[in-house]
Ligand binder design. Structure first.
Ligand code: FCB
Length: 455
């Protein structure tokens, strides 16, 4: 176990595994920051090909350069150390380490992560390794990607290879990043890679993602007994417009679909088809014995959350039967209303699941139109956002939720998927022409906050 612990006190939970003191970290993902899309034998990912299609990325850009992290990783780790981060959540690019998706391992790709992890440990920063953050090898998408049941084996094989290479050094894994988002946007609506549409694709991708997650988690657990194995879900708290039954039912439907669909089956509660009847159609993809295979006793669950919604029942809206109502609250560059109480609602909600042992906020943050003034970025709104959201997380924790960490999204400005580079989420500014980095005021604020709140 890395020796970055802020204090020597440790609580014992998770069947004898030691949980370290509260972790303050920052998060990124490979596709969004690395660039070097074809360097050192990397294969193409679905985002390399999707972004080459006309009109798919709003500002017409692509992830080929990203935030230049593949070249500047050493400097990035030094900046993390300067901020006093206890942990860094990053993802492994599957096509970088296995360009054909299965079989051959690309040693140069593995070496990149090996060097990164070594350097993190040297600086007492704990690596939180996400195994899938949306950059599927294109070669596997050509065989159906997440809609092909064989992905259960492909993904398990890849995870086993990553653990073989990094396992001795890594003690925290995150199996999937937000399966709801990549299956809905990538396979139902077609606005994210791989750009597929329709319920058939969505149900297959959703169910096989959960099967693959369970299988891979078991592989990791049996190969690496000391690793803590977690996963993440995207979550948005929803509130009824009025305190009337139909709006309250609408908020419950929202919650079942957006938040619980990828949690409940894993903890043995099944898909929430009671609240969301169209989910019954997923049954067509479920074979005997699948539901127990989906279940896994994760050491921690990561919640990624950014905004909240207010909903109003409306029978004319197909499938979900509600509309989202704008409240006129201030918004971020993504158009997301700012409402810090959501983080509290979600932590309380999932904290009350007896099957969930431990929660982390694995993403939270905001995009604003940052400008550089005399070499500085005065991002007051982001500081305010972080301060208020962290305060709500702290409140949930004080109220008894077993929350063990908080990761700001994101360490660096980066390629925000179909939005391109315009929304800047980083606490570190990236000049996309030169690659230069500037610590924004929010980074300095976070550094001071971490220092004052080490426990
Ligand atoms: C999440 C993604 C992350 C980033 C943030 C803004 O859904 O996991 O990669 O794009 O949103």
């Amino acid at each position: 176990m890395p020796a970055n612990l802020n204090s020597t006190k440790r609580k014992k939970t998770n069947k004898g595994k030691r949980t370290p003191p509260f972790i303050w970290g920052a998060a990124t993902s490979a596709l969004q920051i690395e660039g070097a899309a074809l360097a050192d034998g990397k294969g193409l990912s679905i985002w390399d090909t999707f972004s080459a299609r006309k009109g798919k990325i709003k500002d017409g850009t692509n992830p080929a350069k990203g935030s230049w992290h593949y070249e500047r990783w050493r400097e990035d780790v030094a900046l993390m150390a300067k901020l006093g981060l206890a942990a860094y959540r990053f993802s492994i690019s599957w096509p970088r380490v296995m360009p054909e998706g299965t079989g051959r391992v690309n040693q140069r790709g593995v070496d990149f992560y090996r060097r990164l992890v070594d350097q993190l440990l040297k600086k007492n920063i704990r690596p939180y390794v996400t195994l899938y953050h949306w950059d599927l090898p294109q070669i596997l998408q050509d065989k159906g990607g997440w809609t092909n049941r064989d992905i259960v084996h492909w993904f398990s094989e890849y995870c086993a290879q990553v653990d073989k290479a990094l396992g001795p050094l890594v003690d925290s894994y995150i199996v999937l990043n937000e399966p709801f988002v990549y299956t809905v946007l990538g396979y139902l609506l077609g606005v994210h890679a791989p750009g597929r549409r329709g319920f058939k694709n969505f149900f297959a991708a959703a169910h096989y993602s959960l099967l693959a997650q369970g299988a891979a988690a078991r592989v990791l657990r049996s190969a690496n007994r000391k690793a803590r194995i977690g996963t993440t879900v995207s979550c948005t708290a929803a509130y009824p417009l009025r305190a009337v039954e139909k709006d309250m039912a609408a908020a419950r439907r929202f919650d079942a679909f957006y938040n619980r669909m990828f949690v409940d089956p894993v903890v043995g509660r099944g898909y929430p088809a009671g609240e969301v009847p169209f989910l019954r159609k997923i049954e067509r993809y479920i074979k005997d014995g699948d539901l127990p295979q989906i279940q896994f006793d994760f050491d921690f669950w990561g919640i990624n959350t950014y905004t909240t919604k207010v909903v109003k029942a409306n029978r004319l809206v197909p499938y979900l039967g509600f509309r989202e109502i704008s409240r006129g609250l201030p918004r971020t560059e993504m158009g997301w209303e700012i409402d810090p109480r959501g983080i509290y609602t979600l932590l309380k909600q999932f904290g009350s699941y007896p099957e969930i042992k431990e929660l982390m906020i694995t993403e939270n943050g905001a995009a604003f139109a940052d400008t550089v003034v005399a070499g500085r970025v005065h991002d007051r709104e982001r500081i305010e956002y972080l301060r208020e959201h962290i305060a709500m997380a702290e409140q949930a924790r004080a109220g008894g939720v077993n929350l063990t960490g908080y990761f700001v999204w994101s360490l660096l400005d980066n390629f925000e998927w179909a939005e391109g580079y315009r929304p800047r989420f980083g606490i570190i500014y990236v000049d996309y022409v030169t690659g230069a980095r500037i610590l924004k005021d929010s980074a300095l604020w976070y550094r001071d906050y971490i220092k004052a709140n080490r426990k």
